[in-house]
Each structure stands twice: as C-alpha cells, then as structure tokens.
Design a protein around this ligand. Structure first.
Ligand SMILES: Nc1ncnc2c1ncn2[C@@H]1O[C@H](COP(=O)(O)OP(=O)(O)OP(=O)(O)O)[C@@H](O)[C@H]1O
Ligand SMILES: [Mg+2]
Length: 229
C-alpha cells in the first residue's frame, strides 16, 4: 500500500501551551517499502504512527493510504481500515496473556468475520512464518519477550494487512531477540507487498530498513544510510 502525507499538522492543546508536534509533514512511501523513523524522545514519532494507523486525526493535511485520504474518513470506516488493512506492533507486545498463542493470532480474524477453521488454518501458516508452531497452545503470558513479539507480529499480519506499523518493536528486547525480530520484519516485508513503517531509537535497528527518515522539530528529514539488505 502506498502511503502519502501532505502538509500534516498535529498540535496537542491539552497542556498550558499548544504543543506543535507535526508542522507540515510531507512523505511518500511507495508500496512495499520498509522505512525506519528515528528522532529524539518527544519528537512525535508515536504521534505520527497513530495518525497513519487511523488512531488519531491530524489538525490539518492529507493522509493517503492507498487511494483513500483517511483524514477525511469517519470513525466507523477508519475502524474497518484498521482491522483489515493495518497491522500494529508495539514495544510492550500487548498480547492477551490468558489466551494461547493460537488464540491471540486468530482473534483479529474472528473480529473480521473469518470462520474458526479458516482462522486456525491461517494462524498455522503465520506460526510457520515466525517459526513458532511448537508453541501454538502455550499461554502467551509465559513466553519470552522475543517470542511474545513474534506472536505480536503474527497477530498484526492476521488479516493480511498492506501496512505494518511498528512502534519501537525491539525496545524491550535483548540483543539476540532484537536481531531475530528485525530479521522477521525484514523477511515479511520482502515476501509480501507490505509497506512497513518502524519507529526506533536504535540506529542499528534502522539499518534493517531500506530507508531512514528522522523526525525533528515537527519536520521529516531523509537520512542516507548504507542498507543492510
Ligand atoms: N494524546 C496526547 N495528548 C497530549 N500531548 C501528547 C499526546 N500524545 C503525545 N503528546 C505529546 O506530544 C509530544 C510527542 O509525543 P510522542 O509520544 O509522539 O513522541 P515520541 O517521538 O514517540 O517519543 P518517545 O521516543 O519518547 O516515544 C510529546 O511532547 C508528548 O508529550
Ligand atoms: Mg513514542
């Protein structure tokens, strides 16, 4: 899915003074590209992902996901877009600990109306993709951090989205798990036409992307880097 931002502004007005986080952001991400977004803490990286993920509206500007400007869409349509076209991965995994690995992955499919048999079949394929077929029936609460994040990635892919948004996906992981998760993200990005936008503090993590952009003082700046791909 191609992602295009034009003149996106976001100001939070909850504090004593308005906090202008995005100040006319323009961006074109071609379909299937893997982009890293870096920038200092508080720069607005998560805010940018929330806007892309239809979790919040900009104050001004266009956010095109494929051929729709989702900034103009109503909440009920945006909810459908979130469920069917966008996958989210968070730093803190956000699995449901009392559900098994399989149940965590099939949940979004059931919300999208897939039958139990179809969901389980697709979940098994996703488990193969992340190399966790053996953990299928374990409670997700007992998994290691790296395993949890792999399950969270499989869950994010449950409804075969065209856009994957990851906010510090390796922020809670050790070096070995970080590498594993980045390799999983890289390989699913290569094997699908999945546009991937990953926020990270870690310059080495950013090397796994094809392109790095830095968010600073409300604007995006391209950062050239040697790709590790
Ligand atoms: N819902 C909100 N209401 C009010 N202010 C907010 C809200 N969300 C974020 N902010 C403010 O907007 C600014 C950017 O926050 P954001 O979380 O997007 O930064 P970030 O780049 O993701 O930072 P970090 O690297 O620490 O995660 C911060 O000053 C934050 O306090
Ligand atoms: Mg953040």
């Amino acid at each position: 899915m191609e992602v295009v931002l034009r003149g996106v502004h976001k100001v939070y007005k909850t504090g004593p003074r308005p906090n202008k986080v995005l100040d006319g952001v323009d961006l074109v991400v071609p379909s299937g590209q893997f982009v890293a977004v870096t920038g200092p803490s508080g720069a607005g990286k998560s805010s940018l992902l929330y806007l892309l993920g239809c979790l919040d509206y900009p104050d001004f500007g266009e956010i095109h996901l494929g051929n729709r400007d989702v900034a103009k869409d109503g909440e009920s349509l945006r909810e459908k877009i979130r469920l069917r076209h966008i996958g989210f991965v968070f730093q803190d995994f956000r699995l449901i600990p009392a559900l098994t690995v399989l149940e965590n992955i099939t949940l979004p499919m059931q919300l999208a109306g897939l039958s139990g048999a179809e969901s389980r079949q697709r979940a098994r394929e996703l488990l193969r993709l992340i190399g966790m077929e053996r953990e299928r029936d374990q409670m997700s609460g007992v998994l290691s951090g790296g395993q949890k994040q792999k399950v969270a990635i499989a869950r994010a892919l449950a409804n075969l989205p065209e856009l994957l948004l990851a906010d510090e996906p390796t922020g809670n992981l050790d070096t070995a798990s970080t590498r594993e998760i980045l390799e999983v993200l890289q390989s699913i990005n290569k094997s699908r036409t999945l546009t991937t936008i990953m926020v990270t503090h870690d310059p080495q993590a950013a090397q796994f992307a094809e392109r790095t952009i830095e968010l600073d003082r409300g604007r995006l700046r391209e950062k050239g880097h040697e790709s590790a791909r």
